[in-house]
Design a protein around this ligand. Structure first.
Ligand SMILES: [Cu+2]
Length: 264
């Protein structure tokens, strides 16, 4: 059974230092474009293509932090995929998608979409920002551009984002930065966005049903609504290059780095 809808694993009510960070975090969509006559494809991780049980393990590679990993392993066509989520005791969250296998013998790109339904401190009064390579100060520090309306964003090289709570409930700004991992790539004509910022609507969480092979359909959720001091959702899209000459047994990984700031 391929249910196409369960996302296999999703996390609800994530907190750091007893304060809410994310209402939900998941990986609803992967789109793949080949340079040869194959595809494009749109896949979703689900309990139907999951192989074996979800694995949970922990470790302590350094005296400064511990980590907890939750991961699922999937097979879709010739693809082997590991959906790994690393939660560190210092608040850092590393969602990572590992990919191996060649569906067709051509260079291709995996466009991997994570959905981060932020509730920093709470659902209300959140704000998303993008750190642009300029000295302009819009009131949040040099380069930090606050998003006031829903947006599809892409820049090369790609930027770091942040989501914070505007109300300074603890006397200072508190939130998370979302920074590109080393293999998150840049947008292209097929995977057109690095990030999207939308106002939360429960009905827009379509899980594996959002998007087609030809269109991620995120544009349908970006229709001019305010995201300034709202309940915001930040989408992150990594663009993972895979060269056919590397063969099918080479593992590739992508995914952003979520890091807290302003926590005591
Ligand atoms: Cu690949």
């Amino acid at each position: 059974m391929v249910d196409g809808d369960s996302e296999a694993i999703a996390f609800y009510g994530l907190t750091y230092k007893d304060r809410l960070v994310l209402h939900k975090a998941s990986l609803p969509m992967i789109r793949v474009q080949y340079d040869g006559p194959a595809g494009p494809y749109k896949d979703q991780l689900s309990t139907g293509n999951m192989q074996g049980p979800v694995k949970v393990y922990e470790g302590s590679p350094a005296p400064t932090f511990r980590f907890l990993v939750v991961e699922s392993y999937h097979e879709i066509g010739h693809y082997r995929l590991t959906n790994r989520w690393i939660f560190r005791s210092d608040g850092i969250i590393l969602p990572q998608l590992y990919s191996a296998g060649l569906q067709a013998p051509y260079n291709h790109r995996h466009h991997v979409y994570w959905r981060f339904d932020f509730d920093v401190v709470g659902a209300s009064n959140n704000l998303a920002l993008e750190h642009l390579p300029v000295g302009t100060d819009w009131g949040w520090g040099p380069g930090w551009f606050p998003y006031t309306v829903e947006t599809l964003a892409a820049h090369s090289p790609r930027d770091t984002y942040a989501v914070l709570n505007k109300s300074n409930p603890f006397g200072h700004l508190q939130g998370y930065t979302i920074a590109p991992g080393p293999f998150d790539g840049t947008a292209d004509g097929f995977g057109r966005i690095d990030a999207a910022v939308t106002q939360y609507h429960g009905g827009e969480d379509l899980r594996g049903r959002l998007g087609t092979a030809f269109d991620d359909q995120l544009g349908t959720q970006v229709n001019g609504e305010s995201v300034d001091g709202q309940d915001v959702v930040l989408w992150w899209c990594a663009h993972l290059d895979h060269h056919a000459s590397e063969g099918g047994d080479e593992w590739h990984v992508c995914g952003p780095i979520l890091q807290p700031f302003g926590y005591p």
